[in-house]
Design a binder for this molecule. Structure first.
Ligand SMILES: [Cu+2]
Length: 255
């Protein structure tokens, strides 16, 4: 039984413990502010017209040039000012941070992990001391992903049955695990602790049980854990146990 992360308290988004999560939160807060303003303007103009036209004969009209211009202008303002702004910022953030695997993998001390999702748990694989996946010193865990604080982590994801989705709410990232594909996700934690890992894609009757713990450790604690686990893995390695050999050679996506 692994430790459970502490429940979140209060209102709002889950506690953000990632380096880049604020970029997601900023977009959400900007959207909330924009729709609040739009709601107030729309509700106020509705109430105003109800009151203004509450008596007198019914009036049918397609509007004046001025009123049509006002509506078209307001729609254009929302489309370009709000949606356009979100679109441009999202593309920029994806390109520079959330999908910048090249930079993450090149970073000093970056941690690479392979995750195999299946009904209904998350198996994680670390390359061990030799730095290569699919060798006898690979460290394998179940529903227990450990990472060091302060360095980029890159996860390559696979699924052996149906579509799952690796969701780390406290790091503001989520990625589907799709049978027949290797997908990937990168993030960097800035606060040690235990956080929730959830499957975000309904994947069968026990989907709700597909929870795991992400433990963010101090760099030394992580190194020690990985070294000890690598020793254990080497001792426990069984070449006949085909089930345990699901790892793959780390996929190079960038040329
Ligand atoms: Cu699942």
């Amino acid at each position: 039984m692994t430790a459970a992360p502490l429940p979140e308290h209060g209102y709002g988004l889950p506690h953000d413990v990632s380096v880049d999560g604020f970029r997601v939160d900023e977009l959400i807060h900007f959207t909330l502010a924009a729709i609040t303003v739009i709601f107030v303007v729309v509700a106020a103009s509705l109430i105003w017209s109800f009151v203004k036209h509450r008596s007198g004969p019914a009036l049918y009209s397609h509007g004046t040039r001025g009123s049509i211009g006002l509506v078209v202008g307001a729609v254009a303002l929302v489309l370009f000012g709000v949606d356009g702004n979100l679109f441009i910022h999202t593309l920029g953030d994806m390109h520079q941070y959330f999908w910048n695997f090249k930079r993450a993998e090149a970073a000093q001390g970056a941690v690479l992990i392979e995750v195999n999702a299946h009904q209904w748990s998350w198996d994680a694989r670390y390359p061990g001391a030799d730095g290569r996946f699919g060798t006898p010193d690979d460290v394998i865990t179940t529903d227990d992903i450990r990472i060091p604080v302060g360095v980029p982590v890159v996860v390559q994801l696979a699924s052996t049955d149906v579509i799952h989705s690796l969701y780390l709410p406290n790091l503001r990232v989520k990625q589907d695990a799709v049978p027949g594909m290797i997908t990937r996700i990168t993030f960097q934690a800035k606060i040690p602790g235990e956080y929730e890992i959830a499957c975000a894609q309904h994947c069968g009757p026990n989907h709700y049980k597909m929870r795991a713990v992400l433990t963010v450790l101090a760099p030394d604690a992580f190194r020690n854990w990985l070294a000890d686990a690598g020793e254990d893995a080497r001792r426990a390695y069984d070449p006949e146990d085909k089930e345990a050999h699901w790892g793959w050679e780390w996929r190079r996506f960038e040329p």
